[in-house]
Design a protein around this ligand. Structure first.
Ligand code: PGA
Length: 250
């Protein structure tokens, strides 16, 4: 059996801080119309800004597309102004939460330990955390890619086998996010293989490892052809229904 065959491909949109009621409604109507035929071979999901999760829930609840948040609090409840808890995300039907996106690591000072605590909070509520990791351009040029990824993953892997068996990992080189520069399939595969080896050492063979960073319809197929790339986390291209669906179909 092909070892990748039991990891169903996952294509997840990250809308970031984009959209609005009207634009979201149109985007989701178009996604809904085109997603049905893709559902057999691909899990489709979108991660929306918090205020729109109710809209997303009402519009996608009878579709094959699942949804999630772009962040989650590590805390359960209380005096954490501006934070959104896992239980709140459950109230709005979220299946997924991104944790440790590079924009949050860079702009909000999220450490590897904070990211792991957020992953734990998601898991405790039955939400699948999508743990984002990736090196900066300077780190890549210094040949530190694999060391950085291992460091970022460390506290998450320390959550233990049971927890790790329920996560998704997204490798997103920071230099490829929103820049139009994608890692070559071979470059990405090398990092994915290293992540896979770490996961396999915890018996988590089935955990999906997504690639992210300027994924488009015209580069998705070559990335997905790599044995350890199980799907994509898509930013800019997820705001255009046709482009996103073509990535899922790739
Ligand atoms: P991009 O973003 O596809 O626009 O590069 C990916 C991400 O940040 O998740």
């Amino acid at each position: 059996m092909n070892t990748a065959s039991f990891r169903k491909r996952l294509v997840m949109g990250n809308w970031k801080m984009n959209g609005g009621l009207e634009a979201n409604a149109k985007l989701m109507a178009d996604l809904h119309a085109g997603a049905g035929i893709l559902a057999d071979h691909c899990t489709l999901a979108v991660c929306a800004p918090f205020p729109y999760l109710a809209q997303v829930q009402s519009q996608l609840q009878n579709s094959v597309i699942s949804w999630g948040a772009q962040d989650i609090s590590a805390h359960k409840a209380g005096a954490y102004t501006g934070e959104v808890s896992a239980a709140m995300l459950v109230d709005f039907g979220c299946s997924w939460a991104l944790v440790g996106h590079s924009e949050r690591r860079a702009m909000h000072g999220e450490t590897d330990d904070v990211v792991a605590a957020k992953a734990r909070a998601a898991l405790d509520a039955g939400i699948t955390p999508v743990v984002c990791v990736g090196e900066t351009l300077a780190e890549q040029e210094a040949g530190q890619t694999l060391a950085v990824i291992q460091r970022q993953l460390g506290p998450v892997l320390a959550l233990g086998k049971e927890a790790v068996s329920k996560i998704v990992v997204a490798y997103e080189p920071v230099w490829a996010i929103g820049t139009g520069r994608t890692a070559t399939p071979a470059q990405a595969q090398e990092v994915h293989a290293a992540i896979r080896a770490s996961l396999t050492s915890l018996d988590a063979h089935h955990v999906r490892v997504l690639y992210g960073g300027s994924v488009k319809a015209d580069n998705a197929a070559s990335l997905f052809a790599m044995p350890d790339i199980d799907g994509a986390l898509v930013g800019g291209a997820s705001l255009v229904a046709d482009e996103f669906l073509r990535i899922a179909a790739a």
